[in-house]
Ligand binder design. Structure first.
Ligand code: PNS
Length: 170
């Protein structure tokens, strides 16, 4: 039997900003793949809170201790970017059944575009299944406490950006 080659995976997303749910996925993904590239979409139609460069900086800070994890950004089709990195896996997290439909259609479209690239889904850790970047931004902008939902350095950046000094978590 042929030996399986070392797997390179892309973990794509908006990461506006990275949450502890994303971080949990990176942690677990870094053990499955020989190289894991966390890639931020550049041409996003959503109005982001942080620029791609700021998000790359935040990811770099938070992920610096993972030897096989890299941070990058991409434009255009995800599967073309994956191929340019010799990646054969797209890693995505699923929190609840509501994520499934969106992810299924994307996975099938990506497979149609490049059948040699496989989408791998990982279930969110149960402690993180309700966390989203959108909800974190909403809560902090309304003065709520988000400690434990995002890395501390990200929480500080959110406060700075949103001018919110309430409910600082330690
Ligand atoms: O964190 P998000 O916003 O859920 O990430 C969405 C992302 C970046 C994975 C998705 O928008 C994407 O893959 N965009 C690339 C464009 C693309 O390849 N589209 C066609 C295939 S579905």
């Amino acid at each position: 039997m042929e030996k399986a080659p070392p797997l390179v995976a892309i973990y794509p997303g908006s990461f506006d900003p990275i949450t502890n749910g994303h971080l949990d996925l990176v942690e677990r993904g870094s053990k499955l793949f020989s190289r894991l590239i966390v890639a931020i979409l550049r041409n996003d139609s959503k109005e982001p809170l942080f620029t791609v460069e700021e998000r790359m900086e935040m990811l770099g800070e938070v992920l610096q201790n993972y030897a096989n994890v890299e941070v990058d950004s991409f434009d255009g089709l995800l599967v073309d970017y994956a191929a340019s990195q010799q990646a054969t896996v797209l890693l995505r997290g699923i929190r609840a059944i509501s994520d499934y439909e969106f992810e299924l259609t994307r996975a099938l479209m990506n497979r149609r575009l490049r059948p040699e690239i496989e989408t791998v889904f990982m279930m969110s850790g149960e402690a993180y299944s309700f966390i989203s970047s959108r909800l974190v931004k909403e809560v902090i902008s309304l003065g709520g406490n988000i400690s434990g939902l995002v890395p501390h350095s990200v929480e500080l950046r959110l406060r700075k950006r949103l001018g919110n000094t309430n409910a600082i978590g330690t």
